[in-house]
Write a protein that binds this ligand. Structure first.
Ligand code: AMP
Ligand code: MG
Length: 339
């Protein structure tokens, strides 16, 4: 199994020309943090050393709270005792519930029992193709109806043996938490959470940030460059975590309708959205849904949660909808503008 951390760090890369040391070195501060199984690079403009220290502490706190298989974490407690008082779990569940409804269950944090069966998130030695009966049994506990929130907004309850896994949404939540922490204290920021990126404000020279989207088939190449401000760009890919059995690859994004790794012709889905939680979850969801349903979903959310995507499909075709995206002209791809 490839290590998530080191694949994701190269999944997206920021082109920071003109915004770092050259024009305003004294205002730029950076810090590298290892959390959520990935290397994160935070750069803020304005603020002070405390800004990044507090941000790092928050990332470690969230890592500790949300790790499904770490004994004592909020999620571990919820999954094993059936309830937990956790503001993070309560907030995450509230958002996950909206997203599960919007994606018709393609993104569903109650997928955890099925993930556990396949051995994802566990010790890599335990990864194997489960038998069909076990998958059918685990799917009985997948669904939003198995989770509820207490009226105080802090308690989350679960009908055991249902379980939740926030792996598909945690980095988006972390990005949103950091931008809340930074809010008035900085002039701009680049949060690179292992290749999933949120940019806050504009570059110090007033221009949009340039975010290069890497080619999943070739880490040395870009699919293209996106120019935007105050935006999150999150990528999910079937190549990020997987194991092989009898020469077949099985990846970590599970289709809740079948209990099997999603098989809809998507190699990677990059979602561009102002809300990091939705960007993160939708990237995972689009891998499940496939290209046609991705477009239907984009149109249905156009008023309430507008987003764009860059999809790489089997055969390395690229479909994208974002106006700020400039495809790499020399790539081996045929580009198809959907909107
Ligand atoms: P990401 O890298 O954001 O696509 O998240 C992938 C992770 O999300 C997996 O490693 C699982 O922890 C979790 N996951 C897998 N399939 C789903 C699904 N259908 N809905 C929600 N979470 C999922
Ligand atoms: Mg995700």
């Amino acid at each position: 199994m490839k290590k998530y951390a080191f694949v994701l760090i190269s999944a997206l890369c920021l082109l920071l020309a003109g915004c770092g040391a050259r024009s305003d070195a004294s205002a730029a501060r950076s810090r590298t943090v290892f959390a959520m199984d990935t290397v994160m690079n935070l750069t803020v403009y304005g603020g002070n050393e405390d800004t990044l220290r507090v941000a790092e502490e928050e990332l470690h706190r969230l890592d500790d709270a949300l790790a499904r298989t770490r004994e004592g974490s909020d999620v571990y407690t919820l999954n094993h005792s059936g309830s937990v008082r956790s503001i993070d779990a309560a907030r995450l569940f509230a958002r996950a519930d909206e997203i599960a409804a919007a994606t018709d269950g393609a993104f569903d944090v109650t997928i955890a029992p099925v993930l556990a069966l396949w051995g994802f998130g566990e010790n890599a030695d335990g990864q194997h193709v489960p038998d069909a009966g076990a998958i059918a049994e685990a799917l009985r506990y997948v669904g939003r109806e198995h989770v509820s929130r207490g009226s105080d907004g802090v308690e989350v309850r679960l009908d055991l043996p249902a379980q939740v896994d926030f792996g598909g949404i945690a980095k988006g939540y972390a990005a949103m938490q950091l931008s809340n922490i930074f809010s008035s204290t900085i002039t701009g920021a680049v949060l690179d959470l292992g290749g999933d990126v949120c940019v806050i404000g504009k570059k110090p020279d007033g221009a949009d940030w340039r975010i290069a989207v890497k080619d999943p088939a070739d880490g040395e190449r870009f699919l293209g460059v996106l120019e935007a401000s105050d935006i999150c760009v999150m990528t999910s890919g079937v190549y990020e975590r997987y194991f092989e059995e009898n020469g077949v690859r099985y990846h970590h994004i599970i289709d809740p309708r079948t209990g099997w790794p999603a098989d809809n012709g998507i190699v990677s889905a990059t979602v561009i959205c102002r809300d990091g939680i939705w960007a993160d979850a939708l990237a995972t969801a689009l891998c499940v849904l496939g290209a046609e349903s991705a477009e239907t979903l984009r149109q249905s959310l156009a008023e309430t949660m507008p987003f764009d995507y860059i999809l790489v499909t089997d055969g390395n075709a690229v479909r994208y909808t974002c106006a700020g995206f400039t495809p790499e002209k020399t790539g081996p791809y045929s580009y198809e503008q959907v909107s």
